[in-house]
Write a new protein. Structure first.
Length: 222
């Protein structure tokens, strides 16, 4: 079993489940930080001391406060850790159950596990830690694992997610070109955007844009 882990979560209440899992697994050293920047500093110090952490468990959402932060989200933290400490195993532990977010963390950052927080997550987190330690396969919460295998979302890429997200935020289709240019998203021509939205409507068999957004929300895409 892991002998030294780091937990990054800014809400003390969330750590109750983590602490319970750590105690039951008898992990000797578990350190906790509330800021992503502190997590990186703690990892660097441990490496310099020749006592590196073996596992990082991190939330994805961190609330901004009076303190200036360089890394402001769990996803940014995971990206930095993957570049700087490639040997560390990573478990994302979050209330966020959006499928595209989970897929991105698994595909782009190759995290070892994704555990969705709920009322009784201690036992599930414990199982995830054990599975990551064994190295057999990635652990994904059963609540989202089945949906991730749904072929209806397999052909949806980041560009489609951006379109669906902006539509869900109330950006009209006719204003999408200007919005994409503002966000430096390409391609951003009017014709390309119109064709992609039409493709999405056809793909999900949506009657109109409102119906399309409703389907996307039901599927956890936005």
């Amino acid at each position: 079993m892991f002998s030294k882990i780091l937990v990054a979560d800014d809400i003390d209440l969330n750590n109750i489940a983590t602490e319970k899992a750590v105690q039951e697994l008898q992990i000797p050293v578990a350190e906790y930080v509330k800021y992503c920047d502190d997590a990186v500093l703690r990892l660097k110090k441990a490496q310099m001391d020749n006592a590196p952490f073996e596992l990082l468990i991190t939330d994805l959402s961190f609330k901004a406060d009076h303190r200036n932060a360089t890394i402001t989200s769990g996803e940014e933290l995971i990206c930095e850790v993957r570049k700087t400490f490639p040997y560390i195993k990573i478990i994302a532990f979050s209330i966020d159950d959006r499928l595209h977010k989970i897929k991105k963390l698994i595909t782009d950052y190759d995290i070892e596990a994704y555990v969705v927080k709920h009322r009784n997550t201690s036992s599930e987190l414990k199982k995830a830690i054990e599975q990551v330690w064994s190295g057999t396969e990635k652990y994904i919460s059963p609540a989202v694992a089945h949906a991730l295998q749904d072929k209806s979302t397999s052909e949806i890429d980041d560009y489609d997610i951006q379109l669906l997200t902006q539509l869900s935020l109330g950006i009209p289709q006719e204003n999408m070109e200007a919005k994409f240019k503002e966000l430096s998203i390409t391609p951003n021509s009017k014709s390309t955007i119109e064709k992609r939205i039409a493709k999405l409507k056809d793909y999900f068999q949506a009657n109109n844009t409102i119906h399309l957004i409703a389907i996307a929300k039901d599927m956890g895409l936005v």
